[in-house]
Design a protein around this ligand. Structure first.
Ligand code: 13P
Ligand code: SF4
Length: 318
């Protein structure tokens, strides 16, 4: 066991020594967010990565995020505290399966563009026309995807269904889902709402339809943060997203109370603390220190990153 305060001091010292900046997603432990140079949602962090001045980036998040940071900054060294920090959404859409499905659709005469959620591997991004995040999906689809094209949306079926609803566009959906957002308990959420009159439910669009329809506000993590900060009246918010999100919400709006919505286990029907993403949880202060000290694990450049870069840049930087 190492004292978190000692680790924080050591990380601060190593950051200077190794000319490194730390980027952290809102879903990692609050203490990592506190020592990061940039904290944000997927969209903000992808953009922040292009403004980093140091030669090394430590990406405290999951693999596809660190990969995107590397793709946008080929000349920088991008480290990730744990290479095994994956994502159930990204895993649900392997590149060979996607390529075969696109081929099948083309053979059937479909004239489509592929829109991928950023929660995909770079190999999948390289097969797509557009990359969206929860922060820009609606706007990008409305402004950039030609209306005379069909849309194949991968890999999150719930976000895709929600986007069909808000944009009015028909989409062919890939059957992926997020292991955290898929299992919020509607009943527990509705009971908590009854017990807290005047409370508001905040839900991430990765949640299924029944949760989104019962929510007062639907938005990605940065949109949630801005929403709570815009309300001055002290309010209770029931939060249907990864539980570490409560850390930045409290910082942005300390006048409110934030209550996590519990998850429910499909096999036993019991509520659980499964609103923590096990992949994000692989990030610890100790591993951040280790990767700064050792200069690895590192995201290595792959041949398909060039094509993924074109898609990411035209989607996120304009
Ligand atoms: P955002 O932070 O972009 O809303 O995404 C949430 C998420 O699930 C990241 O894995
Ligand atoms: Fe992936 Fe879900 Fe974890 Fe986000 S919360 S990294 S979508 S598994």
């Amino acid at each position: 066991y190492e004292d978190p305060l000692d680790l924080m001091d050591e990380i601060e010292r190593l950051k200077v020594e190794r000319d490194a900046s730390i980027l952290a997603h809102y879903y990692v432990d609050g203490e990592i967010q506190d020592i990061a140079d940039y904290v944000g949602d997927s969209l903000k962090l992808a953009r922040d990565a292009t403004n980093v001045k140091t030669s090394t980036i430590v990406f405290s998040g999951v693999h596809f995020m660190a990969e995107s940071a590397k793709i946008m900054n080929p000349e920088k060294r991008v480290l990730i505290p744990d290479l095994l920090a994956g994502c159930s959404l990204a895993d649900s859409c392997p590149p060979d399966k996607l390529a075969a499905f696109q081929e099948k659709l083309r053979a059937e005469g479909h004239d489509f563009e592929t829109v991928a959620y950023i929660n995909t591997s770079a190999a999948v991004k390289s097969l797509c026309d557009w990359i969206v995040t929860s922060g820009n999906a609606r706007e990008l689809i409305e402004q950039k995807v030609p209306r005379d094209k069909e849309i194949l949306f991968v890999p999150d079926q719930h976000l895709g269904r929600y986007l069909m609803e808000v944009t009015g566009r028909e989409m062919i959906l890939w059957p992926g889902s997020c292991m955290v957002h898929e299992i919020f308990s509607l009943q527990d959420m509705l009971r908590a709402k009854r017990k807290n009159p005047g409370s508001q439910v905040l839900a991430h669009p990765e949640c299924p339809e029944n949760i989104l329809h019962a929510a007062d506000f639907v938005g990605g993590t940065e949109k949630m943060r801005r929403h709570v900060a815009s309300i001055s009246e002290p309010t209770t918010f029931l939060v249907a997203t990864e539980v570490n999100m409560i850390h930045p919400l409290k910082l942005a709006a300390p006048q409110h109370e934030f209550v996590p919505v519990p998850g429910i286990m499909a096999d036993s029907g019991e509520t659980c603390a499964c609103n923590r993403c096990p992949h994000m949880a692989r990030n610890t202060l100790q591993k951040v220190r280790d990767c700064l000290r050792d200069g690895q694990p590192e995201i290595e450049w792959q041949s398909y990153f060039d094509r993924a870069r074109e898609v990411l840049e035209r989607s996120l930087l304009n």
